[in-house]
Design a binder for this molecule. Structure first.
Ligand code: AMP
Ligand code: MG
Length: 416
């Protein structure tokens, strides 16, 4: 590693990534059918074409009343009609007068003059009158027109990843098509003389390239389009050619060759390419030798430059460092507004003993049910152990100053 090595705390490294993510220019956009836009990032805000609800809406089956008429109960009111959901305007009383009620269904418009709906359970109707046993407060069981959203306001901001509720909201305001951000192209470059591509038969000391696939899967999940480059040998010229090719994408993810070994050439090659490094390590485990930087000048984007990550080659380190550091950049290149990383807490099932000094992200299993969720580490052979990590569904976050964490304590986790 060069003299200019910058090893940061986990939080500082993460903040640097977030700052860069926040400065990225918005990507190109495309128009998609409503359902095809699910999980994509919205490029143009969804605006309400009408008030929501468009009329004062009854939330119950019952009787629309003037609440003042029921100050004393039981009370008896004259029934002047019935309003179904979707009732045409001419069938709705223009105005509900003193001493009057109208039978009304859930989702139907409450007529003028009425200010509340009494649930049908508290009523009995006979001979054109209704007997009501409960009083109601003004506004009860009625959602005023425009209370959820006024016509013309932004319902979903640009930069939001669309989910079921956002898709429903778009449908409710008549958006059959949505403008979304194009997916960023994410180049993935695995390095190492021992690494062979998955379609080859590995020799006795060779290792199949799994990192390009975990990174490709994580990239898709973060909204990017992975581009798998050929495996780079531990040889500077060929590595440099492939790095340059990768820098033509929107971001370059490299794995392997970033530790302190004699054949760890990634940083050397990037330095030759006049890369600027924002950090070259984070005080975490797994994943300490993680590098983040930018190369200007040799890519299509001559001025802006292309971000790159040098991720450690150990498979679990690769996965963890993508989630912690690369994900925000991939998401931001895809137009998403920057997200803070938030840990959730779960109860520890058995004691943890950890090495101090580094923040650790250890593969773990979250189990239990309902409020009784609990978490424990998987037994693993260290950060090369993909088999253990495949059994895990989260990482437990162990702070650098804890040597022992007793069972029963609530510990932070990152879900995966
Ligand atoms: P390195 O970061 O190059 O020192 O590699 C660390 C460890 O990760 C070594 O055991 C490598 O064989 C392994 N490794 C590196 N790249 C890959 C890869 N693409 N797929 C699977 N294992 C890898
Ligand atoms: Mg290597």
């Amino acid at each position: 590693m060069s003299e200019a090595s910058k090893v940061l705390s986990f939080e500082d490294a993460r903040h640097i990534v977030e700052e860069h993510a926040a400065m990225l220019a918005p990507p190109e956009t495309e128009i998609l059918d409503l359902l095809a836009a699910d999980r994509r990032v919205l490029a143009r805000a969804i605006v309400s074409d009408r008030d929501l609800p468009p009329f004062p809406r009854s939330t119950r089956d019952g009787y629309a009343v003037r609440s003042a008429d029921l100050a004393a109960v039981p009370g008896s009111l004259e029934v002047v009609g019935e309003i179904k959901a979707g009732e045409s305007l001419e069938n709705i009383p223009k105005y509900l007068g003193n001493g009057q009620a109208v039978s009304i269904m859930t989702g139907a418009p409450v007529p003028k003059g009425a200010d509340a709906v009494v649930m049908v359970e508290y009523t009995s109707q006979q001979d054109g009158r209704v007997e009501i046993t409960r009083s109601v407060a003004a506004g009860e069981n009625v959602v005023p027109a425009g209370a959820e959203a006024k016509q013309g306001i932004v319902l979903v901001e640009r930069g939001v990843r669309l989910n079921d509720a956002a898709i429903a909201l778009a449908a409710s305001v008549g958006k059959l098509r949505l403008e979304v951000c194009k997916r960023p192209r994410v180049a993935v470059l695995a390095t190492g003389d021992e690494i062979v591509s998955v379609d080859k038969t590995p020799g006795p000391t060779q290792i199949r390239n799994s990192n390009s696939y975990s990174l490709a899967a994580q990239t898709r999940n973060a909204g990017g389009e992975p581009i798998l480059l050929p495996i780079a040998p531990d040889e500077p010229r060929r590595l440099r050619d492939l790095v340059e090719e990768g820098l033509n994408s929107d971001v370059l993810l490299m794995t392997g060759g970033v530790s302190m070994g004699r054949y760890d050439l990634v940083e050397q090659v990037l330095e030759e390419l006049k890369a600027e490094f924002f950090f070259t390590g984070a005080k975490i485990q797994p994943g300490r030798p993680v590098a983040f930087g930018r190369c200007r000048g040799m890519s299509r984007r001559e001025m802006a430059g292309t971000y790159f990550f040098g991720l450690p080659g150990n498979p679990v380190s690769t996965m963890v460092t993508f989630e912690l550091f690369a994900r925000p950049i991939v998401e931001a290149l895809g137009g998403m507004s920057p997200q803070k990383l938030r840990f959730v807490y779960a109860k520890l099932k058995s004691d943890i003993r950890a090495k101090m000094g580094l923040k650790r992200f250890l593969p773990a299993i979250l189990s239990g049910e309902f409020e009784a969720s609990q978490v424990e580490l998987v037994t693993w052979q260290g950060s090369g152990d993909i088999a253990a990590t495949a059994r895990a569904n989260c990482y437990i976050v162990v702070p650098p100053d804890r040597e022992v964490i007793p069972a029963g304590e609530f510990v932070p986790i990152v879900l995966r």
